[in-house]
Design a protein around this ligand. Structure first.
Ligand SMILES: Nc1ncnc2c1ncn2[C@@H]1O[C@H](COP(=O)(O)OP(=O)(O)OP(=O)(O)O)[C@@H](O)[C@H]1O
Length: 225
């Protein structure tokens, strides 16, 4: 589902954020990505999301070699990826319905067609009764769930999350991770970048660890890391 082959990324200005990174996330797998601040986690996610291109090496997503994707094809490949951010990036002047419907409307669905799918996505994240609410009327955990509903509404085979629990307390964090587990159980691949080593330790999933742009560990998190 995600394959990195000798991937390096140097930003304009000369900073090398990733150095010869190799890993493979299989279809249907769930894994964490961790490392110190500045280790390159967001850069790695941005390469998968095609917001950045690697300087050298090859990234494959769901069989697509991203080097061969033209600018015009990017939206099609991106449909396979649901992205979730720490700050959820909801439109605050739009209702929950409008926020979650957005990816479908961009794909060309009418609001009438989209509404059923939006309702189903919101029910999966436990917010089936909040369609008409504005994000400001919701708690932080609920806002994050709306962000997740928006990411899954078009049923992508891959979910990427960048610090999805960064603003939440441990109980709410665990609930959010359980949601990711639910999607993983129905076959969605999930990659979650997080600083939260406590959370990772409780979950016992494969953990990819970056240090200064290098992948230094790929396996279950070891307690000394
Ligand atoms: N657009 C950019 N231009 C130049 N340097 C950048 C750019 N984006 C990131 N960097 C640098 O690359 C390094 C890795 O950044 P990245 O955001 O990938 O780290 P991170 O592991 O996600 O960190 P954090 O956990 O703090 O978000 C940092 O030193 C950062 O300053």
């Amino acid at each position: 589902m995600i394959k990195f082959e000798q991937v390096s990324k140097t930003y304009p200005g000369g900073f090398q954020a990733l150095n010869q990174v190799n890993f493979h996330v299989e279809p249907g797998e769930m894994a964490f990505l961790t490392g110190h601040s500045g280790a390159g986690k967001s850069t790695l996610l941005r390469l998968i999301g095609m917001m950045e291109r690697p300087t050298t090496g090859r990234v494959l997503i769901n069989g697509h070699d991203l080097r061969k994707i033209t600018r015009k094809q990017i939206p099609y490949v991106r449909r396979d990826i649901g992205m979730i951010f720490q700050d959820h990036r909801l439109l605050m002047d739009k209702t929950v319905l409008d926020n979650v419907a957005l990816p479908l409307l961009i794909e060309g669905y009418s609001m009438q067609e989209a509404r059923k799918r939006v309702q189903a996505a919101l029910e999966k994240v436990g917010l089936g009764d909040k369609l008409r609410h504005y994000p400001m009327m919701l708690s932080g955990g609920e806002q994050q769930r709306v962000g997740i509903a928006r990411a899954v509404v078009n049923k992508p085979p891959l979910l990427l999350a960048d610090e999805p629990t960064g603003n939440l307390d441990p109980k709410l964090s665990m609930e959010i991770i359980k949601l990711f587990e639910d999607f993983n159980k129905v076959g969605v691949s999930v990659l979650i970048a997080t600083h939260d080593l406590g959370l990772i330790a409780r979950m016992r999933y494969r953990t990819l660890t970056l240090k200064e742009g290098r992948m230094i560990n790929d396996g279950l998190q070891e307690s000394e890391l």
